[in-house]
Design a protein around this ligand. Structure first.
Ligand SMILES: O=C(CO)COP(=O)(O)O
Length: 253
């Protein structure tokens, strides 16, 4: 089964109502490849989800940036998966490195969140990635394999999961992974899925890259055989996000 190119825009904790409306207008007016060629999902902060959903073109979709690990209740400040479903939000990002690092989300907690979100009918963009220190000490694969295992142990429906490889050293730094670096890890991750989950899931699961992707570097990355799309931070707030969406039709190496 061919893997449909996936482009996610993670707006993180950015935007005012006016700014959000402006980004949506740019996206709505953009000429991009058809839905058959690319799946586009933007992820505004929770408070703008319904606004964005109501204004956004129907071939693009929305994602929340997080959700609570279990059913809702007395968890002040949290948003449950059930609430997202209730609002018609189809996707959620789970395990972003900023949450792992700043809010101490462990591999196991991320795995539990993925499991619960899937059980409620959400589709999940599950994030993994090594720090610079881990890369320099040669433990990149061990780190991302452990992160993936904690997720894989809990996943029952891989059809609703996109795996986002986001090396921490590339996030927000302007230091994008080279196409060869991205391809190497994506290929290893696919091998890991093949050996530990199954051949079919390894072939069909989309593994997307995130970390300083922009309009200028996206094409070379998109040409890598195991790079099935992107999770874009900073550049997803700018008109160049449209160029990144268009890289879906770049010919694979
Ligand atoms: O964290 C990211 C997407 O989730 C990547 O952020 P940047 O594209 O700003 O480096």
């Amino acid at each position: 089964m061919a893997r449909k190119f996936f482009v996610g825009g993670n707006w993180k904790c950015n935007g005012t109502t006016e700014e959000v409306k402006k980004i949506v207008t740019t996206l709505n007016e953009a000429e991009v490849p058809s839905e058959d060629a690319v799946e586009v999902v933007v992820s505004p902060p929770f408070v703008f989800l319904t606004l964005v959903k109501s204004l956004l073109r129907s071939d693009f979709h929305v994602a929340a940036q997080n959700c609570w690990v279990r059913k809702g209740g007395a968890f002040t400040g949290e948003i449950s998966a059930g609430m997202l479903v209730n609002l018609g939000i189809p996707w959620v990002i789970i395990g972003h490195s900023e949450r792992r690092a700043l809010l101490n989300e462990s591999n196991e907690f991320v795995g539990d969140k993925v499991m619960y979100a899937l059980s409620q009918g959400l589709k999940v963009i599950a994030c993994i990635g090594e720090t610079l220190e881990q890369r320099e000490s040669g433990s990149t694969m061990a780190v991302v394999a452990a992160q993936t295992k904690a997720i894989a142990d809990k996943v029952t429906s891989w059809g609703n999961v996109v795996l986002a490889y986001e090396p921490v050293w590339a996030i927000g730094t302007g230091k994008v992974a080279t196409p060869a670096q991205a391809q190497e890890v994506h290929c290893e991750l696919r091998k890991w899925l093949h050996e530990n989950v199954g051949a079919e899931i390894a072939t069909s699961t989309r593994i997307i890259y995130g970390g300083s992707v922009n309009g200028a570097n996206c094409k070379e990355l998109a040409a890598q055989p195991d790079v099935d799309g992107f999770l874009v931070g900073g550049a997803s707030l700018k008109p160049e996000f449209v160029d990144i969406i268009k890289s879906a039709t770049v010919k694979k190496n």
